[in-house]
Ligand binder design. Structure first.
Ligand SMILES: *Cc1c(COP(=O)(O)O)cnc(C)c1O
Length: 399
């Protein structure tokens, strides 16, 4: 298809210029404010997906805009031959939010997959040639290392043998994990405290504690991927907190920069922090002062606006209200501002379209699960408009 009549529309321009890995975009967005985003036809949407769990402060939050603008006008990028105030401030802030013990450290990158890539390299540098254990239905990213740990076969299969030797075990089955650890040669165990892409499936506190216990007794590193569920998303800074465990490694991204690309890999304690030595890993852009200033403004706004307790309240309200809004809703999972609405059949994709037409952005984590990952600033009134609309949206789709 070269020059059809649609080639001047955004759809046509997209088709003729962007690689097709995302399929056709649903709309062309122009600007946003708070939790509302506006498309190129001037239609407004209440965004309950927040750029897939990224826009913690919504769109164009004044504190974020001010911090990013000021830093852009001061110093945006310097290379990792040098450090900067924002980089030091962010690393120290993350360590303190995570209650990290003495000797812990942060590696800054640009995305979730890169954060996990660094975590995998740390495990393999400690146990060369070792296996990684990941969970069925896990999602850890799209670069070759992180992709190896991503369970969905359709994502991995086109690219041949995995770059990393990975064994998948069933979540919540600590006996299966123990068997694999006993078989030996394991470099690390990776878990998402809430499996986001799987349909917002929280791991139980008991299972997280078992993973911690078993990895420790087998002298294997435990990595928690909090790329989606971390940075206040659940109403706590980090989702694994609920289990009162300290992992060896934690990865962050998505909400960390509030819309500015940034990822972080945190190593807990001096032993794990000392595994990679100078020259063994790196990044050009990672940890630049612009990204760090964005992340610092997200963190300070969450603190100054008391958004963690707001997220807990709005999450509790949505969970209860959605659970009882329609008989075809069979379960509501998640914590805080990460919610999976389980439907009785594969209507989630149609429901996303119906919701969009009604002015709501949500997403189908799988064919029967609707995912909400709204900005932390979502008001109860805004949440209520979706709760009120959902029953008739469900009635409007059939399956
Ligand atoms: C989104 C996500 C990733 C990948 O992050 P990117 O920034 O897209 O590379 C990794 N892990 C989890 C749990 C995620 O949700």
């Amino acid at each position: 298809m070269t020059h059809d009549q649609t080639s001047n529309t955004w759809q046509g321009r997209y088709r003729h210029s962007l690689l097709g890995v995302f399929g056709s975009p649903q709309m062309c967005l122009e600007h946003g404010h708070g939790c509302v985003v506006v498309d190129s036809d001037g239609k407004e949407y209440l965004d309950l997906l927040g750029g897939i769990a990224v826009n913690a402060l919504g769109y164009a939050h004044p504190a974020w805009v001010e911090a990013v603008s000021r830093q852009a006008a001061t110093l945006a990028h310097v290379s990792n031959f040098f450090t900067t105030g924002p980089q030091l401030d962010l690393a120290e802030k993350l360590l303190s939010l995570a209650n990290a013990p003495q000797g812990s450290a942060v590696f800054l990158s640009n995305s979730g997959t890169e954060a996990n890539e660094a975590a995998v390299k740390i495990c393999l540098a400690r146990t060369p040639g070792g296996r990684i254990i990941a969970l069925e239905h896990a999602f850890h990213g799209r670069t070759l290392g992180a992709l190896s740990l991503t369970h969905k076969i359709a994502y991995r299969q086109p690219f041949g043998p995995s770059a990393v030797d990975v064994t998948f075990v069933s979540p919540e089955d600590s006996d299966a994990l123990a068997v694999e650890l006993d078989r030996g040669n394991v470099a690390g165990v990776f878990v998402e405290p809430i499996q986001g892409e799987a349909g917002v499936v929280p791991l139980s506190v008991e299972y997280l504690q078992q993973v911690r216990k078993l990895t420790a007794s087998h002298n294997v590193l435990m990595a928690v991927d909090e790329v989606q569920c971390g940075m206040g998303r659940t109403g706590q800074w980090f989702a694994h907190r609920e289990a009162h465990i300290t992992p060896d490694i934690m990865t962050l991204a998505k909400a960390l920069g509030g819309g500015f690309p940034i990822g972080a890999t945190m190593t807990f304690g001096p032993d794990v922090s000392g595994i990679l030595t100078a020259g063994q890993h790196g990044t050009t852009f990672g940890g630049n002062p612009l990204a760090c200033a964005a992340a610092l403004s997200v963190i300070s706004t969450i603190e100054s606006e008391d958004l963690l307790s707001h997220v807990r309240q709005i999450g509790a309200f949505l969970t209860t209200a959605l659970r009882h809004c329609h008989p075809r809703v069979t379960e509501v999972r998640g914590r805080g501002a990460l919610i999976g609405v389980q439907l009785d059949s594969a209507i989630a994709t149609d429901l996303v379209v119906a919701a969009r037409e009604a002015g709501f952005i949500v997403n189908a984590a799988n064919p029967s699960t609707l995912r909400l990952a709204p900005p932390y600033i979502l008001t109860k009134e805004e949440a209520q408009t979706f709760v009120a609309a959902l029953p008739s949206l469900i009635d409007s789709v059939t399956a």
